[in-house]
Design a protein around this ligand. Structure first.
Ligand SMILES: NC(=O)c1ccc[n+]([C@@H]2O[C@H](COP(=O)([O-])OP(=O)(O)OC[C@H]3O[C@@H](n4cnc5c(N)ncnc54)[C@H](O)[C@@H]3O)[C@@H](O)[C@H]2O)c1
Ligand SMILES: [Zn+2]
Length: 359
């Protein structure tokens, strides 16, 4: 088992990474010394595969779990689902010492995390991410929240889990498209922080796509280390943490303007990262060879790198970009790369420059 620590003083927590961890969920939670009652929040897809193992493991460790299942997909990241969860937690009489297990991908993690942050003003929360994206990104770092009609993640809280259990075996049932979408965040870590990781991904992509256990363990652990390192330096995104948003300003705008559902998050930020690499060339002189390597790695991972917009959609995209949380004072600020492995945040980009790289 690999363990990565997120260092946040008395709120520090471990990320444990290995195949088969789900069966040890109960024993791992027992170390936190919480109360007996707990709730597993999951979605329909994940629940039917893994809820039984999670449930039985908790029972075996002496807990009294209840199960809350939300529909699968981004639409579950809503205030309506938050309400459903609160009602069920209250009906099961979860109290201050009770805890919540988020069993699922980023949607369940963000939703359950927000519920845990706010129910009784905050109860203990454990992340059990089951998508590649959630294992390398969303389950670590304490950003929780839901979407509004006006945009993604507009309501939320910073709330750290006490433990993250990445069971690599759960990835075996993940659909191919979802796995590839997760790779978009993996590649991101190479671009923003670790040129050696980027080269390793170029060399080992075939093995990674086959979900070779050793390659997967190394890659997931390295990504978690990077995220942990960034988050422990800047938990609430007053500076450095912004680098994790590389490719996300355009990515989020794509998700919002063409509607949730057409592109997966990872696919939208794949397009966003390639666009950001082109902007990086224009603005920071990122060498063309590196722009091409970035473009090629996303393509080889089977991810989209360009968007075809219909008439009128371009305006919608621009509006969506202005609504993005990273906009302050009307100006769009980007994370741009100087070279692979080194990025700068807070870079001003004009709408014309964005137009040039997108259309
Ligand atoms: N909090 C953060 O820091 C952060 C970071 C990145 C992304 N996010 C959020 O994460 C969300 C996307 O997460 P996601 O890509 O994991 O999507 P997701 O949670 O919707 O999961 C993708 C699909 O895979 C299914 N699934 C999950 N695990 C499975 C498994 N092991 N086997 C079979 N099917 C499985 C789910 O039911 C769903 O249909 C977005 O809402 C995004 O905003 C949050
Ligand atoms: Zn992301």
């Amino acid at each position: 088992m690999r363990t990565v620590s997120v260092q946040l003083g008395n709120r520090s927590y471990p990320i444990k990474i290995a195949a088969g961890l789900l069966a040890k969920l109960g024993a791992e939670c027992a170390r936190l010394k919480p109360g007996r009652r707990c709730a597993i929040i999951t979605d329909t897809n994940v629940g039917k595969r893994f809820a039984k193992t999670a449930y039985e493991s908790l029972v075996k460790a002496g807990f009294e779990p209840s199960l809350v299942t939300v529909p699968a997909g981004e639409t579950a990241k809503s205030l309506k689902s938050v309400q459903t969860c609160y009602d069920q937690l209250a009906a099961q009489r979860l109290e201050r010492k009770s805890f919540i297990v988020a069993l699922g991908g980023g949607v369940v993690g963000d939703l359950a995390g927000f519920v845990a942050a706010t129910y009784l003003r905050g109860i203990t929360f454990v992340q059990v991410p089951t998508t590649l994206l959630a294992q390398v990104d969303s389950s670590v770092g304490g950003k929780t929240g839901v979407n509004l009609k006006a945009g993604k993640n507009l309501v939320g809280a910073f709330y750290q889990p006490r433990l993250v259990l990445c069971d690599l075996a759960t990835l075996n049932t993940l659909p191919e498209r979802e796995f590839r979408a997760g790779l978009a965040e993996v590649i991101k870590y190479g671009i923003i922080y670790d040129a050696r990781l980027f080269s390793r991904l170029e060399r080992n992509l075939a093995k990674l796509l086959k979900r070779d256990p050793k390659t997967l363990t190394d890659v997931v652990a390295r990504c978690c280390e990077i995220k942990a390192d960034v988050v422990s330096q800047d938990e609430t995104e007053s500076g450095l943490r912004a680098i994790l948003n590389f490719g996300h300003t355009i990515g989020h705008a794509i998700e919002n303007s063409v509607g949730y559902g057409k592109y997966l998050h990872g696919e939208a930020i794949s397009i966003g990262q390639v666009a950001a690499a082109k902007l990086s060339h224009e603005i920071l002189g990122l060498p063309v060879t590196e722009v091409n390597r970035i473009d090629q790695l996303f393509r080889s991972a089977g991810l989209p790198t360009q968007i075809r917009l219909k008439v009128g959609q371009d305006r919608k995209l621009a509006t969506a970009m202005k609504l993005d949380k990273k906009v302050s004072g009307g100006e769009i600020k980007f994370v741009l790369a100087k070279r692979i492995g080194k990025v700068l945040w807070g870079q001003r980009v004009s709408p014309q420059q964005i137009d040039r790289v997108l259309w």
